[in-house]
Design a protein around this ligand. Structure first.
Ligand code: COA
Length: 215
């Protein structure tokens, strides 16, 4: 059970990718980027996420998404309960000018307290190459490091997932190695790349760019 009922988006604190002081366990912040807004998943996002994330081109290299709208509703309810428990955060990606979610970013702790965490993401293929991933990705990494206090943010992407690996490289993640036969997909074991972003390096690279992420 969640600790408090969800409050409508307009009532939530808004921010522009910088750290939030609010307690994210009560409700995730709304983060506004150049192209997308990131906000907490809501049960009403289920039909849009079902349409965006279940096609083969999106799901082929990720853990199987739910196969029905009801399955997405259950996932969203689970995600919000995990957030309330302080173990997990999942943001819906909503392009400016739209109301519906086109994808999601998730961060889960790999150890209590989020020192090491893993993130993942998926967006509908109609929005690939639009710059929305990089816009949302910056905000999620900032949130992970500055709000969740993540020191090491890991990502795994199947070696054959060109876009997934390209997206992580573009964001500044460092490729650490290959996890051989680490991912079972459709009865086949796939190799995965292990990527990481370290809090220290992330902050330095932001400083190197001058003012950091400007919104
Ligand atoms: C991963 C995902 C969110 C990235 O979003 P996106 O909009 O496709 O990402 P971008 O286009 O900004 O970046 C991908 C980069 O990879 C590059 N790329 C594409 N195919 C590639 C390939 N086969 N090899 C290497 N790089 C490749 C692209 O050219 C692009 O770089 P560029 O902008 O410098 O040209 C999206 O592709 C997606 O949802 N994929 C399905 C789910 C998934 O695989 N999630 C990742 C799990 S780790």
């Amino acid at each position: 059970m969640e600790k408090m009922p969800y409050q409508p988006e307009l009532d939530r604190p808004r921010q522009t990718g910088a750290a939030v002081a609010s307690d994210w366990r009560n409700a995730l912040p709304v983060m506004i980027g150049e192209k997308v807004t990131l906000r907490e998943l809501e049960v009403k996002d289920a039909p849009a996420l079902f349409a965006m994330l279940t096609p083969e081109e999106v799901s082929r290299f990720i853990s199987p998404p739910p196969t029905t709208v009801e399955g997405f509703e259950q996932f969203i309810t689970w995600a919000r309960a995990e957030r309330a428990a302080g173990r997990y955060a999942c943001f819906a990606v909503v392009p400016h000018g739209m109301e519906t979610a086109i994808g999601l970013f998730q961060v889960r702790q790999l150890e209590p307290g989020f020192g090491t965490a893993e993130w993942g993401f998926a967006i509908g293929s109609a929005f690939w190459g639009s710059g929305m991933f990089i816009d949302g990705g910056h905000m999620v990494v900032n949130f992970a490091i500055e709000t969740l206090s993540v020191l090491r943010l890991e990502a795994r992407a199947a070696v054959a997932n060109g876009r997934g690996n390209g997206a992580l490289r573009k964001l500044g993640a460092v490729q650490e190695g290959v996890l051989r036969r680490s991912f079972l997909k459709n009865g086949q074991f796939l190799d995965q790349m292990l990527w990481s972003i370290l809090a220290e390096e992330w902050r330095q690279s932001k400083a190197g760019r001058g003012t950091g992420r400007v919104h």
